[in-house]
Design a binder for this molecule. Structure first.
Ligand code: AMP
Length: 419
């Protein structure tokens, strides 16, 4: 019997896995440059953290969490998102008592028991950035700009930014009531009716055509913002425009997690089909209080690494086969040659040259095939006669030209040729 990866999960294999690392690196490079520090939190947390922090009425909490009792009888959940854990860590370690905002970034796996399809997995990767403890439109704009720069640096041209404001505790309650009144008058199924009472904003986000068809005249948050929220939102938009970040106002944009206030945004890509969001985030001024902390107005985002890669594929940015796996490939012929080659490989790597060799006692033909497959620029062939002459055959695999070089100088010569 052989095993398969669990449904909704997959393995990253070379050479594609290298691209994943590069994507992750590119997406976080702008935030590191803006002074965000790296944080790593556990893969699992107390279930209650997500129930309170993400929201009891969300799909994530009601349907998608991987929750289990550990051997000590504690309810544990594999993290479905990174923001609540980051806020938990900040509060636990008192980082919010120092310089504000606390700027942090993370990168890691998330787990959601979702209906698996292309671009929607049960185990996926996000990079995230959070700025905690400041209410400042420039901070919202900074984070959006940094994510935008990340996508741009990968060469993505079809990422679109949608933004909205969800108001705050001043203006949202009244709007919520107005929206509920409107929604109660519609022809909706039982579950959706229940949602109207718990989380009416989410109904606006219902993708079903029969629901969307009835939402044409729905009241919108943008028309009900209080003066402070309106001014804040205007300033975020104006800063984005000044920084040259194109955006589209999307008054229906709400997000799946309950904790968002004011600025909300999503990055979407046209080439991904139904799972079009490559990233998203927003301001979450109330989250800290929801999990027992002090008031800590904050903003952040999470970008989907898997979907960013799919977006790059859709734009033809992954087509080049790229660099070889190593620069040099060793072909030892015989026992003694293998021992010498083993040491030569180590010498090359110490000198900063990537190198691999044939293993398993292959003959010349098999070993040369390995050299070709490795994508190496040079093969180093070492036979008994070479050993006796303290030399090695250096073969340029792009030209097939072969020269004999002294073993004592080969590292230096190869290094010179590669630079
Ligand atoms: P969210 O935490 O739901 O705001 O998601 C942020 C980003 O993570 C999304 O824009 C997606 O790019 C990515 N993402 C969310 N859920 C999944 C999933 N099930 N599979 C793959 N990527 C996901």
């Amino acid at each position: 019997m052989t095993f398969q990866a669990p449904k909704g999960t997959f393995d990253w294999l070379p050479p594609r896995s290298e691209r994943v690392l590069a994507v992750r690196e590119a997406l976080v490079q702008p935030v590191r440059q803006a002074g965000y520090g790296y944080i790593e939190t556990p893969t699992f947390e107390d279930t209650e953290l997500f129930k309170r922090g993400v929201g009891e009425s969300t799909d994530v909490v009601t349907k998608e969490m991987y929750t289990f009792l550990d051997k000590g009888g504690r309810s544990i959940t594999l993290r479905p998102e990174g923001t609540a854990p980051v806020v938990r860590a900040v509060l636990q370690h008192g980082l919010h008592n120092g310089q504000l905002p606390v700027k942090l970034w993370y990168s890691g796996s998330q787990f959601r028991y979702e209906r698996a399809q292309k671009g929607r997995y049960r185990h996926f990767w996000q990079v995230g950035a959070e700025a905690l403890g400041a209410e400042d439109p420039a901070l919202d704009a900074e984070l959006i700009l940094l994510a935008w720069q990340g996508y741009q640096s990968l060469g993505l041209r079809r990422v679109e930014l949608l933004i909205n404001s969800l108001g705050d505790r001043e203006c949202r309650p009244a709007y919520r009531g107005t929206l509920q009144e409107f929604l109660r008058g519609l022809d909706l199924d039982e579950e959706t009716r229940r949602r109207i009472e718990i989380n009416p904003l989410r109904v606006l986000d219902d993708k079903r055509p029969e629901v969307q068809a009835q939402l044409g005249d729905a009241p919108l948050m943008v028309d009900h913002l209080c003066e402070a929220c309106k001014a804040y939102h205007e300033e975020v938009r104006s800063l984005l425009a000044a920084a040259g970040v194109p955006y589209t106002d999307e008054p229906r944009l709400v997000r799946g997690l309950d904790y968002y206030t004011r600025t909300t945004f999503e990055f979407v890509h046209g080439g991904l089909g139904s799972q079009s969001a490559v990233g998203g985030g927003g301001r979450y001024d109330g989250l800290s209080e929801l999990i027992g902390g002090p008031s800590l107005p904050s903003v952040g985002w999470a970008l989907g690494v898997d979907r960013t890669l799919l977006a790059m594929e859709a734009e033809g940015l992954l087509d080049d086969t790229g660099e070889g796996r190593v620069a040099v490939y060793g072909v030892p012929l015989g026992e003694e040659a293998r021992r010498r080659m083993f040491l030569l490989m180590a010498e090359l790597r110490r000198a900063g040259v990537s190198a691999d060799m044939a293993f398993g006692g292959k003959g010349l033909k098999g070993a040369m095939k390995g050299a070709d497959r490795s994508g190496a620029r040079f093969a180093l062939i070492l036979g008994e006669r070479d050993l006796a002459a303290r030399a090695v055959q250096l073969k340029d695999l792009t030209t097939a030209e072969q020269t004999e070089v002294p073993l004592a100088q080969v590292v230096e010569i190869v290094k010179g040729k590669l630079s």
